[in-house]
Write a protein that binds this ligand. Structure first.
Ligand SMILES: Nc1ncnc2c1ncn2[C@@H]1O[C@H](COP(=O)(O)OP(=O)(O)OP(=O)(O)O)[C@@H](O)[C@H]1O
Length: 227
């Protein structure tokens, strides 16, 4: 499988008052299309920082981020934003759906922003809600959906623009174990069907053990982890 996301020697330092804090220090990682990688690391070790850099929301202090065959390190802000919209999908612990729109419309919006026709956007949104096994709720607004259903919609929205990379930060952290399990199964189907490279931060060791491999952060580097 081809590599869809690669971090090469990524470093990230923050100034905290007079002190410099090194959070990432030569972090390397490559994720193939269709591969699911769990990121399991203690609080404060740099998971969010890593996801933000991998997702082109933040620039590393040093090193390179390659998405597909594109080296994104030297892109200006505008080009980086365009690349992010096209190539990266995000799922957070809380769904951030637009409350006044239906599930279907929430999945259509990012596609319309990128210039897809209403007809095409609607067709893809329906397909994705089907993969997430939530077609019956397509016309409902987020407030009318359960937590698990809301998160299914958020996942469908994250992949609406056919990204190469899916980044998730505790995507089922807000759900009870059974719902979490069902949402995770649907997420897995989607990753495989769409050939996404997925990096999923989670504290849930059981879910992590069902992914292709598990990594952690140690001394600012990405290292393999066993459960
Ligand atoms: N903008 C910033 N300025 C200064 N320090 C920061 C900044 N962002 C993060 N840090 C520091 O970097 C370290 C890693 O933070 P990060 O949020 O990436 O950790 P995390 O592993 O995601 O933690 P959690 O699981 O609690 O969310 C922390 O010590 C944090 O205080």
């Amino acid at each position: 499988m081809s590599i869809a996301l690669e971090l090469k020697g990524v470093g990230r330092r923050f100034l905290q008052g007079e002190n410099e804090l090194t959070v990432l220090d030569g972090a390397d990682m490559a994720i193939s299309a269709g591969e699911m990688v769990a990121l399991v690391a203690p609080s404060g070790s740099g998971k969010s920082t890593l996801l933000q850099i991998a997702g082109l929301l933040e620039k590393p202090t040093s090193g390179d981020v390659v998405v597909g065959d594109r080296d994104c390190s030297r892109l200006d802000d505008k080009a980086r934003t365009a690349m992010r919209r096209r190539a990266i999908g995000f799922v957070y612990q809380f769904h951030h759906l637009l409350p006044e729109l239906s599930a279907l419309e929430n999945v259509m919006i990012p596609q319309l922003i990128l210039g897809r026709s209403r007809k095409d956007a609607q067709a893809r949104a329906k397909t994705l809600l089907g993969y997430m096994r939530i077609s019956a709720r397509a016309e409902h607004r987020p407030a009318e959906l359960s937590g698990g259903e809301q998160q299914r919609v958020a996942i469908a929205r994250a992949v609406a623009n056919e990204p190469q990379v899916l980044l998730a930060d505790e995507p089922t952290g807000n759900l009870d174990p059974t719902t979490s399990d069902h949402v995770f199964q649907s997420l897995t189907t989607l990753v495989r069907e769409q050939g996404l490279a997925a990096l999923i931060a989670t504290h849930n060791h059981e879910l992590a053990s069902r992914m292709d491999r598990i990594v952690t952060l140690h001394g600012g580097r990405i290292v393999p982890k066993s459960v």
